[in-house]
Design a protein around this ligand. Sequence first.
Ligand SMILES: [Cu+2]
Length: 197
Amino acid sequence: PGDGVGLVSIINNISNVFPPSPPLSQGISEFCNGDNLPRNCSTHYECTHVLEVKRHSVVEVMLYDISVLGLYHPFHLHGYDFYVFDMGNFTSNDTEGNVKSILANHENKLRNGGYKNPPGKDTVLLPSGGYVILRFKADNPGWWLFHCHIVFHMIVGMDLIFHVGNDYVDLPPVPPFFPRCYNFKPKPFFNMDPFFI
Ligand SMILES: [Cu+2]
C-alpha cells in the first residue's frame, strides 16, 4: 500500500485502511464495502472497510481462505462472543462449488435444528484451504473491529468494522469538548511551516 509495505491483504476485494480518527466519537467520512466500492481502483481497493449492521439482527459470516500455505488466520471480533457453527477444509479446487455446497448443508442443518450448542468464542482459527461459519446477535451497538490477529496482517488490511446500530439513536452522545484527533502523519517537508522546523 501507500506506506511502502509490499504486501496487501484483502477481504471481499477490500484492503482495510484504518481511519485517521475514532469513528465512535468522530464518525467516518469515507468507507466502503462490497456494495459500495470506489470506482477509481482496479485490482484491489484500499479504504476503511465498514459493514453496516442493523441492531438486533443476526449476523452470519462465512470466512474462507483458498490459499494452502498452512497459515491459519486467527480471526478476532471485538464487542461480542460469536458462535462457531461450522468449520472444515475445502474438498476440491472448485471454490465456488465448495462454498455453495457448504452453505446448502449449513442451511439444511439450521432448518432441521441440527446444531446443538455451537461453541461461543471471540477468536477462531480460519483453516488454510478451508472455511468457518460463525454467527452473532448484533445487540451491542458501536463500531466493532473484526480482524486477523496476526499483527502484520492487521496492518496490511485483513480487517473490517461492523458498525452496529445508529450512533444517534443507539449510542450515548459524545461528551461536550471530548478531545478530537486527526491524522498525525507529518506533512511533506516543503509544505512545513518554516517556523516549526
Ligand atoms: Cu492473518
